[in-house]
Ligand binder design. Sequence first.
Ligand SMILES: NC(=O)c1ccc[n+]([C@@H]2O[C@H](COP(=O)([O-])OP(=O)(O)OC[C@H]3O[C@@H](n4cnc5c(N)ncnc54)[C@H](O)[C@@H]3O)[C@@H](O)[C@H]2O)c1
Length: 422
Amino acid sequence: MQYNVCVVGLGYVGLPVALRAAEKGHAVYGFDINEERVKNLSEQSFTSKDIDVQKQIDIYGKKITYSTNPDIIKNANVVIVCVPTPVNKDRKPNLNPLKAACTTINNHRGAGTLIIIESTIFPGTVEEVLKPLFTGNPGQDYFLAHCPERIDIGNKDFTLATIPRVVGGITEECAEKAEAFYKTIIDAPITILQSIKAVETTKIVENTFRDVNIALVNELARSFDNMNIDMKEVLKGAATKPFAFLAHYPGCGVGGHCIAIDPYYLIERSEANGFHHRFLKMARQINEEMPLYTIMRAEEALMKRGKTINNTQIAVLGLAYKAEIDDMRESPALKIIQHLKERGATINIYDPYIPQQSTTPTLQEALQQSDCIIIATDHKEFKAITPQQLKQAHVSIVIDGRNCLNKKQFTNAGIIYRGIGS
Ligand SMILES: NC(=O)c1ccc[n+]([C@@H]2O[C@H](COP(=O)([O-])OP(=O)(O)OC[C@H]3O[C@@H](n4cnc5c(N)ncnc54)[C@H](O)[C@@H]3O)[C@@H](O)[C@H]2O)c1
């Protein structure tokens, strides 16, 4: 079946969804409040650092009608909502973009439109917060469903088209309609859950699972650094067990719009319902402390060279929260830079994916200007750094926040190497 689809919010999630719908032959409209983004997409001057998204843009980008005018929504019989769901400074969920988007959709939708929320939300959001924003009878005048997005930006093995999905609706028919639509764009199983609350919670639980497991290895890494046990080797060993162990890896912090945020959605929601999540809060705290721990590793290493952070030239390599992408939301690199600034370092920042925020145009220059480097993102370019390269640039200390270099090679070359648990 061919649908008229309007994607609301054309960011990291929404644009790939719109492109995929266009690929599958639907008539696609894209609505966003960001004028510059809409202009660039319309003029086909928008580029993505993700090669696969760029390929999709090149082929299907021109088939989509983009606009900042919400009137465009009335063309659609399926509206997919992919707007941000951030937290405020106090770590409380901020549903304002989502509420604004739903109000706009309600004011401009045609009769019988299926509205699907893909944004990540806390349990109860659709029923209690969003449904009241829509006028008319659900299941008659409009259909409302939730299908959380699971895309892992930059992941070549699992893509939007091949990741299984879970769906729920405020009525059975809403869920079935959403399932029927996703069957046209997803080549993987789609599972309907009985309650929309279970669907909302599924997504949050998936990301909370990641957060607490990363917190566990981060805590172990800090303990093992004290005992001179190499966490990398321990994980290499533990990962050989073919059941009941799932390797997670320590690092200088957890970033991005999902794992670093979603647990707060559950923590807050549970708190409002009288339950206090000690474990989840502690995991967040441990992961949020990792940038500072990375600084502590640098302080200790510098001391060995008779230096302090104050007045030392330090290169921060990587701004993105993970490898080969340009997204720096909640990135630990930002906290590392802040800590370095507070301690009086001279900082040289380089990220090949984010040149506009880099203070140094090339890796080579960043190395040449620095005594110490901190790898905050394991981009391929940084994983290829050699001891010879550092020696030539007179860099004598490596703080490997992603454990992506070979410790032995650097140590053998007389360079002080500190990883996280390595
Ligand atoms: N980024 C990821 O890897 C990822 C993965 C899975 C799920 N999610 C979830 O998907 C949702 C979107 O995340 P994202 O990373 O794509 O965000 P994003 O910031 O990249 O994109 C959101 C877009 O929505 C637009 N927007 C904001 N308010 C709007 C409104 N009222 N009307 C129309 N457009 C509006 C913004 O201008 C922006 O272009 C979030 O809930 C996030 O948690 C993200």
